[in-house]
Ligand binder design. Structure first.
Ligand code: FMN
Length: 354
């Protein structure tokens, strides 16, 4: 246990959250990240304390065309239950149909993407562009809610830009149309990922709607989690980049909220076991060629900040087979343990961003 204490007598727990009729163990969520929050990563995040995980966004056009790749995005198995599948698009009928498909694949929730800032998405009227068309946003939510018998949630930003901060209005529309939870990334679309997330502005959304509100953006350690909840007044938090190469961050935060003390990060043998299992799962899930390709970036995140990490990343990026990568991974962690003992010397207890 590190000696980092939260404020005694203040908010001791991250309480359970009710989304529609579903009770979620705590307000600790893994954010959707395209190219990252696939089944292998979500399983690890769940094991390490994420109470709920969200899939990568899946295009409603692709999934209703029966594109094989989209089906892999929404694959789920009991181990990670409850999964929210996030759908994106701008056509209410296609969005409803894709929600039905996701439901039939085992999704426990449908999340509607209204925050993606990418040009190729917004130019089709999807993602954050929906925040500029409140009427269409409402139609999409209404038709998705009518299409499925599971809760529908919405992920938004603060607005399109500094002059159009309509998160509160969109949240009210979402609630009126039947959304069961709203996640707010504390940036506008025009900010993309720049600047810092404005947790305080999320409070306005929380004060407006009675469905649960999650705060999202720039939560990288226990202290951030605490401050974000305090500033936003949100019911829970959603964490994305802070969990890259550190699926155990959820456990550290859960421990901090329960006991007032941040748990230490796992020792090096456990970190090796997690990274190695992640590699194996990627290879199982995608096959050896794509699996190795995707594993490179995850292993790079696991190695961030570790001694010899830069060399490790260089060699992993040049390696082509899973056997080579396994050996490199094992050697890297063996070297770390040999040089420093099982505990990472400079690993921050509250989990600073890698
Ligand atoms: C690589 C990457 C992919 C992302 N993909 C999605 C996505 O598919 N759907 C979505 O709603 N947000 C997506 N996001 C945004 C995150 O869910 C989150 O809102 C944002 O990163 C801020 O939270 P963080 O600071 O905890 O990462 C993505 C972010 C990143 C970095």
């Amino acid at each position: 246990m590190s000696m980092e204490r939260n404020k005694p007598g203040h908010r001791k727990l991250l309480p359970p959250i009710k989304i529609g009729n579903e009770k979620i163990q705590s307000g600790l969520f893994l954010a959707p990240m395209a190219g990252i929050t696939d089944y292998p990563f979500r399983v690890l995040a769940r094991r390490y304390g994420a109470a709920m995980v969200v899939s990568e966004m899946v295009s409603s056009q692709a999934i209703t065309r029966n594109a094989g790749k989209s089906k892999r995005l929404i694959y789920t198995a009991g181990r990670e239950y409850p999964l929210a599948v996030q759908i994106s698009g701008s056509d209410p009928t296609l969005m409803a149909e894709s929600a039905r498909i996701a439901r039939s694949y085992g999704a426990a929730f449908i999340d509607i993407n209204m925050g993606c800032p990418q040009r190729k998405i917004v130019k089709t009227g999807a993602g954050a562009a929906l925040m500029k068309d409140e009427c269409l946003a409402g139609n999409i939510i209404t038709s998705v809610v009518a299409a499925v018998d599971i809760p529908v949630t919405v992920k938004i930003r603060l607005g399109w830009d500094g002059r159009n901060m309509n998160a509160v209005r969109i949240a009210r529309i979402a609630e009126d149309c039947g959304a069961a939870m709203i996640t707010v990334h504390g940036r506008t679309r025009s900010q993309m990922f720049s600047g810092t997330a404005d947790w305080d502005s999320i409070r306005l959304v929380k004060q407006t709607v009675s469905v649960p509100v999650l705060a999202n953006g720039d939560i990288r350690n226990c202290r951030d989690a605490w401050r974000c909840l305090d500033e936003s007044g949100a019911d829970g938090i959603m964490i994305g980049r802070g969990a890259l190469g550190r699926p155990w961050l959820f456990k550290e935060i859960a421990c901090f909220f329960e006991t007032g003390l941040a748990s230490d990060p796992p020792d090096l043998p456990e970190q090796y076991a997690v990274a190695s299992e992640h590699l194996d799962r990627l290879i199982d899930f995608y096959g050896p060629v794509t699996g190795v390709w995707i594993a490179r970036k995850h292993l790079a995140w696991y190695s961030k900040g570790s001694r010899g990490g830069a060399d490790f990343r260089r060699t992993v990026n040049a390696a082509e087979t899973m056997e080579e990568i396994r050996v490199l991974l094992e050697n890297h962690y063996n070297r770390l343990v040999h040089e420093t003992g099982p505990y990472p010397p400079d690993a921050p207890a509250s989990g600073d961003h890698p």
